[in-house]
Design a protein around this ligand. Structure first.
Ligand SMILES: Nc1ncnc2c1ncn2[C@@H]1O[C@H](COP(=O)(O)OP(=O)(O)O)[C@@H](O)[C@H]1O
Ligand SMILES: [Mg+2]
Length: 198
């Protein structure tokens, strides 16, 4: 019987405007050149239900408790892991994902101040134990990322947060990198795009 080698799971993380979506294409092109079969996806979202949850959680009008935001993000992730990410990895395809659990740790745990450990515990309770093989953390000063983001059009509910919120998010991301240096590679996203991509 032919055994399938499990695919690898790569995530892109970082604040608004650091270039996650831009560099996702670069990584995708590289995987394609290597002849690797892969799936490109994002969070929140990545499934029909997840994309509906994304609309709810990011729509600019809606007010919600931080806990509600966390639960919606986690719900999207549960669906995404079960229906898209795990099946792809099991079939040998690689998965390239724009944001994953580190984003909830950083945004809801630190940004919303719900507690990093609570966010991690919630995911364990929900059976989300999957860890990326590699996380590319695009890092740059908050204000510079927000300036890039501003060129992109009207901000969503989370993008309208305060500088202090994003500073907490950035610090939490960097702590994730410090705690798991083998998995999380920090890329200086303030460099010109060609340098970042190299
Ligand atoms: N290294 C870079 N230097 C200059 N501009 C960049 C760089 N990386 C991305 N950009 C630009 O910044 C904006 C935000 O990039 P985007 O990929 O949408 O960020 P994210 O997905 O992280 O929010 C886009 O207009 C993009 O072209
Ligand atoms: Mg993006």
């Amino acid at each position: 019987m032919k055994s399938t080698v499990r695919g690898r799971f790569i995530t892109l993380e970082g604040l608004e405007g650091v270039g996650k979506t831009t560099n996702r294409q670069c990584v995708a092109d590289w995987l394609a050149e290597c002849g690797i079969e892969f799936v490109v996806t994002r969070e929140p979202g990545g499934t029909p239900l997840g994309e509906s949850l994304r609309q709810l959680v990011l729509s600019a009008e809606g007010q919600m408790q931080g806990e509600t935001e966390l639960l919606l993000m986690a719900a999207s992730r549960v669906e995404h892991v079960a229906r898209v990410i795990e099946p792809a990895l099991a079939s040998g395809r690689w998965v390239l994902c724009d944001r994953f659990l580190d984003a909830s740790i950083a945004y809801q745990g630190a940004g919303r101040q719900l507690g990093v450990e609570r966010v991690a515990e919630l995911h364990r309770l929900m059976g989300v134990t999957l860890e990326p093989d590699l996380t590319l953390l695009l890092d740059m000063p908050v204000a510079d990322g927000l300036a890039r983001m501003a060129q992109r059009g009207s901000p969503d509910r989370i993008e309208r947060e305060t500088l202090a919120f994003f500073e907490r998010v950035r610090e939490a991301y960097l702590r994730c990198a410090g705690a798991a240096p083998e998995r999380v590679k920090v890329v200086d996203a303030a460099q010109p795009l060609e340098t970042v991509q190299a």
